[in-house]
Design a binder for this molecule. Structure first.
Ligand SMILES: O=P(O)(O)O[C@H]1[C@H](O)[C@@H](O)[C@H](OP(=O)(O)O)[C@@H](O)[C@H]1O
Ligand SMILES: [Mg+2]
Ligand SMILES: [Mg+2]
Ligand SMILES: [Mg+2]
Length: 319
């Protein structure tokens, strides 16, 4: 098979990132096992633990060794003298990815058009509180500013049933043109509206926006990756976050997976998020993610009032 002989750069990045995300997941579980989280307060309601630091080091070192010419942006600012253990550097590929033919759009992508966005541990606050299924490792791939694929690794998946730490975890990945793998894609229930939103960064604007939707159920959970998992597994129709605060490394991988499945992630005005290397890291105009790019997305967009939009614009101006 010809494509096996010449795997594209994009497929190689996805394939390598799957194995890297699993190693980051091992690190995240191991730090939790030691109980020594070494928490650093980065700001209001914004924590960093030893697991965030070690996992980012593992991901960025591994990716940049394999792909020295692409841009890689991670959430954490690390001490450059912090060297990592060689055993954490991943140089293998998930071969199952190469069983797929690379979609034509990604066959000839140049290194300089790629930016990989890394959130080594999404849901840090929930991690410190023992809400372990809210935690994900996110590696998102963007091409010319668009999220086209990503990996969402959930290191503690099944932790309530499985007591053997080494058997925990699952890895979901997707690429536009191929679809998404590693989970059961389900449509949310018809005849009712379920939204997922923040549990720890609520505000009057967010609450007003949710009330306007008149949902039957609101799932208040942590983690951007986790909320998008709820959407793609049919547990929620939409992830609604009309507020600043969520960053490009929170949204790139989930958006890549959603895009691969026919869903959509935009700001509250319906504009695509941009992922070029020099963009503002903050998603200033909020986030809306839905399971269906056309009908559901327009439905939820139509529920954002002028007041909600004005509040985001004025917060953007004052920053
Ligand atoms: O990677 P961390 O810092 O844990 O990422 C944060 C997000 O930045 C933040 O938007 C999420 O907020 P909500 O859960 O309140 O939506 C937070 O859970 C983490 O994912
Ligand atoms: Mg953080
Ligand atoms: Mg995050
Ligand atoms: Mg993080």
């Amino acid at each position: 098979m010809l494509w096996k002989m010449s795997n594209s750069l994009v497929l190689k990045i996805i394939s390598s990132s799957i194995n890297i995300s699993k190693q980051a997941g091992v690190i995240v579980r191991d730090v939790m096992k030691t109980g020594e989280l070494a928490v650093v307060d980065k700001g209001i309601n914004d924590l960093q633990t030893e697991a965030d630091r070690r996992a980012q080091n593992c991901i960025i070192t591994s990716l940049s060794k394999q792909f020295p010419k692409i841009a890689i942006i991670g959430e954490e600012t690390l001490d450059p003298n912090d060297k990592i253990d060689d055993k954490w550097i991943v140089s293998t590929f998930d071969e199952s990815v190469f069983a797929h033919k690379c979609p034509d759009d990604w066959l000839n992508v140049a290194d300089e058009d790629i930016v990989v966005w890394v959130d080594p541990l999404d849901g840090t606050s929930e991690y410190t509180q023992g809400l372990l299924d809210h935690v994900t490792v996110l590696i998102g791939v963007s091409v010319k500013g668009h999220a086209i694929g990503g990996i969402i690794h959930q290191p503690f998946y099944n932790y309530k049933e499985e007591t053997d730490y080494s058997k925990l975890g699952r890895t979901i990945w997707g690429l536009v043109g191929l679809g998404a793998f590693g989970f059961q894609h389900k449509q949310p229930p018809e005849g009712k509206v379920i939204v997922t939103t923040t549990r720890s960064h609520s505000s009057p604007t967010i609450n007003a926006a949710i009330e306007a939707i008149k949902p039957d159920e609101v799932l208040r959970v942590g983690g951007a990756g986790h909320k998008v998992l709820l959407v793609i597994e049919g547990k929620a129709h939409a992830y609604v976050f009309p507020s600043r605060g969520c960053k490009k490394w929170d949204t790139c991988a989930p958006e890549g997976v959603l895009n691969a499945l026919g869903g959509r992630l935009t700001d509250v005005f319906g504009n695509d998020l941009r992922y070029e290397r020099d963009v503002n890291h903050t998603n200033e105009l909020g986030v809306l993610a839905t399971h269906d790019a056309i009908t559901a997305h327009s439905f939820f967009l139509s529920k954002f009032s002028d007041d909600v939009k004005a509040s985001l614009l004025s917060a953007q101006k004052s920053n």
